[in-house]
Design a protein around this ligand. Structure first.
Ligand code: BES
Ligand code: ZN
Ligand code: ZN
Length: 501
């Protein structure tokens, strides 16, 4: 895929060449000056006239008409050198790679050294490049009948760099690519419809991942789940013909199984709402209700690839939420694995029920820190919109580490409060220890508070991705549809994690 080359020159022959330009290139220097010369100073003219813009993320395609050996150049505007951030660079790369993709080239080249700033070195740029490349060119294959014509796709991207340590550049490319690939895995899982991704299918996928990366794997089937007394998880599955699966993956990067991070992802493969049934408009799209599970699996792929010195247990409760004669109902009282009883007031508040038992089970496997990711509530969309993940915590230091990872990954996150008043609301049932839906006021917070009852004293961060797991608009780093949100945040969090003493 990526091939490193030294010394770009006018004779470098490619179908397309990608070069970064900073504001204001009144006069080109270095290799760009040579290109300008070959173009009889027309590049300078184009900048003066504004046709070749250095504005951040502006892309200008220039045909070479034989003046240089490459057929065309894409100039990528990078704005002011001192202002360029890592995440902006990724987006600029994403934009140009999307263009290259629509041109259906089989190979192209990029001049890495033209993207370097004082703050961002060759290795940062290589990471940004490969992550952006894999993310921006992602496509969900879908299920339309295909023509027999072979698709032309970019097979090789040549990377020109004079940076001496070629191995280091290759290592950075590998890291960035792993982040992109893990995210794309999550996207594909989320884009896959519920009839083609059941809990059993999810377990099969987890098994493949475990085999590839030597994770320890445990798949609990319905009998095991019953034996362990996971009554909350079972209640959600009760109306379904599809058996539930509790999926556990363990990655041990330290000599001893301590400071274990538990990653817990909501894996509802389709959410009808149950007897508290969704509207005919609200039910469409509910194949994406396993976005949390996908985020955890995507992060595990990155962890498997990059093998940080950390211990991680991933726990995914997976089932659909269906309706039948045997389905659970409002007013039912169920007993969770923790022993806490729950009065079901709304069968559509099923995510918190499956997560309750998954969190308990993650602790059972030694998790000392917990992060859950879930497409949990419409309420988080009302509160924060569709571009920001809602977070809640019982431990500010742990949250800070998650937030830092999110900022580095370029994923927006905002904390919602967890006050005693809301904890009291989930404890307000007259007949059980908890109720799963004490009314719609602030229900993103109430849902988080409910999950917190099961984290208890274990440091925990909850991530509500109902708004961010999908997008209706294509963006620099991907198409419309599943975003793979929180994959990179979770993986970076794990990589950087410092145990709290
Ligand atoms: N899966 C939904 C949340 C959701 C909504 C995800 C929109 C993605 C987009 C969740 O299970 C749910 O139905 N939540 C209810 C909770 C309510 C009944 C307390 C909601 O948000 O309306
Ligand atoms: Zn629901
Ligand atoms: Zn749901």
């Amino acid at each position: 895929m990526f091939e490193i080359k030294h010394e770009i020159d006018l004779q470098s022959e490619h179908e397309g060449l990608i070069i970064g330009v900073f504001d204001k290139p009144e006069k080109f220097s270095g290799i760009l000056a040579k290109f300008d010369e070959a173009f009889a100073n027309h590049l300078t003219e184009l900048t003066k006239s504004g046709d070749l813009s250095a504005k951040l993320k502006s892309i200008t395609k220039v045909h070479s008409f034989g003046k240089i050996s490459s057929k065309r150049i894409w100039f990528v505007g990078l704005g002011k050198e001192k202002d360029l951030s890592f995440n902006q660079l990724k987006k600029a790369f994403g934009k140009v790679f999307k263009e290259v993709k629509t041109n259906k080239l089989s190979e192209a080249a990029i001049y890495l050294d033209s993207f370097i700033t004082e703050k961002l070195d060759h290795l940062d740029a290589a990471h940004a490049l490969s992550e952006a490349f894999s993310l921006s060119t992602y496509e969900f294959a879908g299920y339309k009948q295909k023509s027999n014509e072979p698709e032309k796709r970019l097979e090789t991207l040549f990377i020109y760099s004079d940076y001496a340590a070629k191995e280091e550049v290759l290592a950075s490319l590998h890291i960035g690519y792993a982040f992109g690939k893990g995210t794309n895995t999550a996207r594909t899982l989320v884009n896959t419809p519920g009839n083609l991704l059941t809990a059993t299918d999810m377990a099969v996928y987890a098994k493949e991942l475990a085999e590839k990366y030597q994770f320890e794997l445990e798949i609990l089937d319905k009998q095991d789940i019953e034996k362990l007394g996971m009554g909350a998880f079972l209640a959600v599955n009760q109306g379904s013909d599809e058996p539930p699966k509790m999926i556990v993956l363990k990655y041990q990067g330290k000599d001893v199984w301590t400071d274990v991070i538990g990653l817990v992802g909501k894996g509802i493969t389709f959410d009808t709402g149950g007897y508290s049934i969704k509207t005919k408009a609200g039910i469409v799209g509910m194949k994406t209700d396993m976005g949390g599970a996908a985020a955890v699996l995507g992060a595990m792929e990155i962890i498997g690839e990059l093998r940080p010195e950390q211990n991680v247990v991933a726990v995914i409760p997976s089932t659909d939420n269906m309706i039948s004669g045997g389905a659970f109902k409002p007013d039912d009282v169920i007993t969770s694995m923790s022993g806490k009883t729950i009065e079901v007031l709304n069968t559509d508040a099923e995510g918190r029920l499956v997560l309750a038992d998954a969190i308990t089970y993650a602790k059972h496997h030694g998790a000392e820190y917990l992060i859950d990711a879930a497409t949990l509530t419409g309420g988080v969309i009302t509160a924060l919109g569709v571009n920001t993940t809602g977070a809640m915590t019982n431990h500010e230091f742990l949250y800070e580490q998650v937030l830092e990872a999110a900022m580095e990954a370029g994923e927006q996150m905002w904390q919602l409060p967890l006050f005693e008043s809301e904890k009291e609301r989930v404890r307000s049932s007259k007949v059980a220890d908890l109720n799963n839906s004490p009314g719609s006021e602030g229900h993103a917070i109430v849902a988080g508070a409910f999950i917190g009852e099961f984290a208890e004293d274990t440091p925990w961060v909850h991530l509500d991705i109902a708004g961010t797991a999908t997008t209706s608009k294509a963006h620099e780093l991907g198409p419309a549809g599943a975003t793979g949100v929180m994959v990179r945040t979770l993986a970076l969090f794990v990589e950087r994690f410092e145990p709290i003493k």
